[in-house]
Every structure is written in structure tokens, then in C-alpha cells.
Write a protein that binds this ligand. Structure first.
Ligand code: S3P
Length: 445
């Protein structure tokens, strides 16, 4: 089966919505809940394929999990040493977060595990976790640095002081989780701030996590105690609507209960610096994570040279930010974002190809892109057919582009939208986007 998104030109955005739960926090809620003693009750869980893959993996590791039922999940924790050897390979699907965090968590177990993923995940680099984990004594085999992986049982890990080579929350989190299984204090230094959900959630489970400047530290062997976790709406999913309402004619939209953790708000900084009209309403803290409602109104955007320190804070939002850049007055330049080349697809190449396919050529750089925006008056896109290369965020970004297109945009191979945003097309249509998902017979990817 082959899924397609069809987006008709124009549409007026208005109303309010709550996008699904945060993907990063959903993964971690299952993982930490599984390692805890006692029960963890989760609400707002993302019922998307990636987080469900993590849930399945922990069921295979012997953890009893009820749900998900309308975002409610109960995990009966097995304790730090309570996971059981799985009967077969652990399938992480499309999810890099599952695989990389599991490397750290499984490295200190007394049993062997095999980790595999789909075609996209099988192309993604794993040495970034395998090598630093080896400094702690972990032994993980790969196929030339790629999945499938074999995690050997090594008994106890040793603590280490590790300077990470890439700004990656997945790598940092893998090392912190491995640190739970090391005798002593593990210290991890990151080259730039990345999302800190693991650190915040461990604290909610009663684990002491130290932070000094760019170094996080954890003492191994600390027990986790079951907790309640209320997962906010994912700012990475909200980003599609932040851009849609910014570029759409006469738009006004409220996004409810969005996580605005400062390690995730690069998209807000970038859009605001481009002139977007976004107001945070009723800011609050829920379970250690900052949350607010976001009201967005149409605005005349202008191009921006994106400050490099914002890149890791907006790393998943660039596909749709490129769409915003095309609608802005003047040039937008992104540099220092070579990480985009190793996401679910090469998001620099795939976005450039798609933009060109709908009449908006961009200048590709090894580590970013230059887009000469067409301004608020004209429609920057002509319409056409775009190949998403099975990447959920590429597919949704081009659906947003239709708001400022002269012709329809058809996006191919969009089944993976469900990895992070089940129900995207219906939700988009409910606030005025003219988008529809359809399933055709024929070869999918
Ligand atoms: C994630 C971290 C980011 C992000 C991914 C989710 C996480 O990856 O792109 O979608 O949950 O830790 P990197 O940390 O590898 O940049």
C-alpha cells in the first residue's frame, strides 16, 4: 500500500487544536517507567509508530504495560535489574531515538540483545553511540557502523568522562542511561545544549542528575521510583501549524498545551526573528516540563541568517522552516546543520529536491541551505508532485506549503507520517488546511 497526501492550494487557518504528545518524552516515559520500581501512569502518550515501537520493545523485555488507550499508559516497572532476555530481535522501526537510547540502556544488562530497524533507520549512523559507550566497557557490533546491532552482555559498565563529538540528545541520553549501570559517576559533556528531557524525567523518578555548565553527571545504581507523567503536545508537531498560521492569509490559530522546554524552542526563536506573531498564553510547569498555549496570527515574514546556536534547538523543524523561508521577504541562510543529512532522510537534499519540484529552487550547502524568499505578496510555490522519501516531517512540511501554492501539491510515500503525527491530515483539515490523506494500491516503501 502506498499513502499519498493531497493538498489543494489556499485555505484559511483558524480555530484551535492540541497536537499529539511529545515523541521524545513518550519514548522516555516508557523506558524510565520500565526501569522504575512500582507503577508509572502516563497521560498524553503519543500513539505514533515510533513510540509504539519502544513500547513493544519493552514488552519483549518482559515489562507489563497497559494501553495505550486515548493516550493513557500504565507501566509496571521491572526495576533497574528486572528486564528479561528478549525472545527475538528488538524492532525499532523508523525510530533512531528508540535504537540509540536502547544501546545505552541495554549495554549494562546481563543478556544479549539484537536491535534492528526499517530501511531508513538501517542507513543511520550508530558509531556516535557505539564508540562512547565502548569507553564505558560496552560491546556493540554493527554492520559498518549501521544497524542491525548486537549488544553483548558485559556485566557491569565502568563510569567514564565523555566529551561528545556531536550535539545529540540521543547520544547524551544513551550515555546517561548507561551511567545508571556503571559503578561510580559518569560525566557527559555536550558541545552545545540539546534537549534535556532525560535529565528532567530522571529527576521526576527520584534520580539525582548533576549539571555543571555543559556537563551532566550521574551516579550509577540509583533506583527509580514509579511516577506520574503528563506528556505535553509536541512542539515539533505544533511547528507545522506555527508555520501554517504564520504564512496563511488572515490566519489565527491557538495551539493548546504545547511543551516549550527551552531546549526545544529554536523554532519559536527563528520564527519570531523572522517576524512571526506568536504569543505564549498561560505558561505553566507540568511534571518538570514547561508548557503553554501558543496563539499564532498571520504575519509578513522576513528572511534570516539563522544563528548557529539555535540549530540544535530546532533540529527537527527545518523542513517546515524552509517552507516559511520561501514565503519570507529576502534571503534565509542556514549553516552548521550537517546533522540534517543523517535524519530519517537527508533533509537538506530531500527538501531542496521537493522545493524545486514545486517551483522554488534553493541553494544547497553541505551543512545547510540558502533560500531566496518570494515575500508576502506572491505565492512562492507553483504546485506539483513531491517525493517525501518516507520521511514524516518532509511530507507534512509540503502539505503546509500548499497554503501558499498556485496549484495543488501531491506528496508521495507518506505512510510514515504516523511515526510522529497520527491523524495529521484530519487535524490539519479541521483548522482549514485543504489536505487529504489517501491510500492507493501499489508499491510503498
Ligand atoms: C531526539 C533527539 C534528536 C531529534 C530526534 C529525537 C530525542 O536527535 O532529531 O527526533 O528524542 O532525543 P539527535 O539528538 O540525534 O539530534
Amino acid at each position: 500500500m502506498f499513502q499519498t497526501l493531497s493538498a489543494l492550494p489556499g485555505g484559511r487557518i483558524r480555530g484551535e487544536l492540541r497536537v499529539p504528545g511529545d515523541k521524545s518524552i513518550s519514548h522516555r516515559s516508557i523506558m524510565l517507567g520500565a526501569l522504575a520500581e512500582g507503577e508509572t501512569r502516563i497521560s498524553g502518550f503519543l500513539e505514533g509508530a515510533d513510540a509504539l515501537a519502544t513500547m513493544n520493545v519493552f514488552r519483549m523485555l518482559g515489562v507489563a504495560i497497559d494501553g495505550p488507550q486515548r493516550g493513557a499508559v500504565t507501566v509496571r516497572g521491572a526495576g533497574l535489574r528486572g528486564l528479561r532476555p528478549p525472545a527475538g530481535p528488538l524492532d525499532c522501526g523508523n525510530s533512531g531515538t528508540s535504537m540509540r537510547l536502547l544501546c545505552g540502556l541495554l549495554a549494562g544488562q546481563s543478556f544479549e540483545s539484537r536491535l534492528l530497524g526499517d530501511a531508513s533507520l538501517s542507513r543511520r549512523p550508530m558509531r556516535r553511540v557505539i564508540e562512547p559507550l565502548a569507553l564505558m566497557g560496552a560491546k556493540i557490533d554493527s554492520v559498518d557502523g549501521h544497524p542491525p546491532l548486537l549488544v553483548h552482555p558485559v556485566g557491569r559498565l565502568r563510569p567514564a568522562e565523555i566529551r561528545m563529538g556531536v550535539a545529540s540528545a540521543q547520544v547524551k541520553s544513551a550515555l546517561i542511561l548507561a551511567g545508571l549501570y556503571a559503578d561510580g559517576t559518569t560525566r557527559v559533556t555536550e558541545p552545545a545544549p540539546t534537549r534535556d528531557h532525560t535529565e528532567r524525567m530522571l529527576a521526576a523518578f527520584g534520580v539525582e542528575v548533576g549539571r555543571e555548565g555543559s556537563t551532566v553527571s550521574i551516579v550509577g545504581g540509583q533506583p527509580l521510583s514509579g511516577s506520574r507523567i503528563d506528556i505535553p503536545a509536541d512542539i515539533s508537531s505544533a511547528a507545522f501549524f506555527l508555520v501554517a498560521a504564520s504564512i496563511g492569509a488572515r490566519a489565527e490559530l491557538t495551539l493548546r498545551h504545547v511543551g516549550i522546554n527551552p531546549t526545544r524552542t529554536g523554532v519559536l526563536h527563528i520564527l519570531r526573528a523572522m517576524g512571526a506573531d506568536i504569543t505564549e498564553i498561560n505558561p505553566r510547569t507540568i511534571g518538570g516540563e514547561p508548557v503553554a498555549d501558543l496563539r499564532v496570527r498571520a504575519a509578513r515574514l522576513k528572511g534570516l541568517e539563522i544563528p548557529p546556536e539555535w540549530v540544535p534547538l530546532a533540529i527537527d523543524e527545518f523542513p517546515v522552516l524552509f517552507v516559511a523561508a520561501a514565503c519570507a521577504e529576502g534571503d534565509t541562510v542556514l549553516r552548521g546543520a550537517q546533522e540534517l543529512r543523517v535524519k530519517e532522510s537527508d533533509r537538506i537534499a530531500v527538501m531542496a529536491e521537493g522545493l524545486a519540484g514545486i517551483g522554488m529552487p534553493a541553494q544547497v550547502k553541505p551543512d545547510g541551505m540558502r533560500i531566496v524568499g518570494r515575500g508576502a505578496e506572491a505565492n512562492p510555490f507553483a504546485g506539483g508532485t513531491v517525493e517525501s522519501h518516507g520521511d514524516h516531517r518532509i511530507a507534512m512540511a509540503f502539505a503546509v506549503a500548499a497554503l501558499r501554492s498556485s496549484g495543488p501539491i501531491t506528496i508521495l510515500d507518506t505512510g510514515n507520517v504516523t511515526t510522529s503525527f497520527p491523524g495529521f491530515a484530519d487535524m490539519a483539515a479541521s483548522v482549514g488546511m485543504r489536505v487529504r490523506a489517501s491510500i492507493e494500491s501499489g508499491p510503498g516503501r
